[in-house]
Design a protein around this ligand. Structure first.
Ligand SMILES: CC(C)(COP(=O)(O)OP(=O)(O)OC[C@H]1O[C@@H](n2cnc3c(N)ncnc32)[C@H](O)[C@@H]1OP(=O)(O)O)[C@@H](O)C(=O)NCCC(=O)NCCS
Length: 212
């Protein structure tokens, strides 16, 4: 058994592993509870995946780390085949993702999960979901449980807090007329009070002033 980065040719097996688990009922709380993944998503994001394979290259576990925002990455699609659960492979897959995050310069790794006892063992801590930027909710909004029956919590490694960002009321280069239509004073326009940092190098949105 070994961990390695996934290859394009692993997609079929990763899909089966994840979607077989996703198809299970909520009663099987240990094994079920995963979002299904489509083939196109897996092919597009295959570089995010680490897989657990046996000597014949059968995929028996997987985990993805997806860079999603300024300093932020999501740990997702974690699964270990039933036959190998309880042997430490889930932990190793998470550790591999954390190591990748470190190499990428990510300082906040989050996951959305209902397995919080598992992740607590790996030094993840529950945080207020609302601290996550809106950018990360696209998958949730497609879920039938979103807002009405969700049983997940947001957790981050070591309890790191995501950097806060704010969306400007209007594009910084929008016309003066459009800005005036929103009642924005000239002092609220442009680089000084806008989201872009003047050196063009730092991330595009400045922190909320209250959170600095
Ligand atoms: C969750 C899952 C990945 C754990 O994998 P695993 O290989 O069995 O986990 P490990 O053997 O590495 O366990 C690491 C530790 O977590 C504990 N643990 C494992 N599953 C747990 C669970 N469901 N709840 C609480 N603790 C759990 C283990 O006892 C172990 O503790 P220890 O270090 O004190 O001995 C696996 O059960 C799985 O694939 N489940 C179905 C898919 C899923 O739910 N994925 C998560 C989606 S958010």
């Amino acid at each position: 058994m070994q961990l390695r980065k996934a290859r394009n040719s692993d997609v079929g097996q990763i899909r089966s592993l994840i979607n077989d688990m996703a198809a299970r009922t909520d009663e099987d709380h240990k094994h079920g509870h995963m979002l299904p993944r489509s083939l196109v998503e897996l092919y597009e994001h295959i570089r995010d995946y680490t897989v657990l394979v046996d000597d014949d290259n059968n995929v028996l576990g997987c985990c993805a780390l997806q860079s999603s925002w300024d300093g932020l990455a999501e740990l997702k699609a974690l699964a270990v085949d039933d036959s190998l659960q309880g042997q430490g492979w889930g932990r190793k897959l998470v550790e591999a993702a954390l190591s990748e995050a470190d190499n990428l310069g990510i300082d906040c790794v989050f996951t959305l999960t209902n397995k919080h006892q598992f992740f607590e063992k790996l030094q993840f801590e529950i945080i207020d979901m609302r601290k996550l930027p809106q950018r990360v909710w696209s998958e949730c909004t497609n879920c039938a449980k979103f807002m009405v029956a969700c049983d997940e919590v947001a957790m981050t490694y070591l309890g790191a807090q995501p950097r806060q960002t704010y969306i400007p009321a209007i594009g910084v280069n929008a016309s003066a007329a459009a800005q005036a239509a929103l009642g924005l004073a000239p002092s609220q326009r442009g680089v000084m009070n806008g989201p872009m940092n003047s050196n063009g190098f730092r991330p595009p949105f400045a922190p909320h002033r209250n959170d600095e």
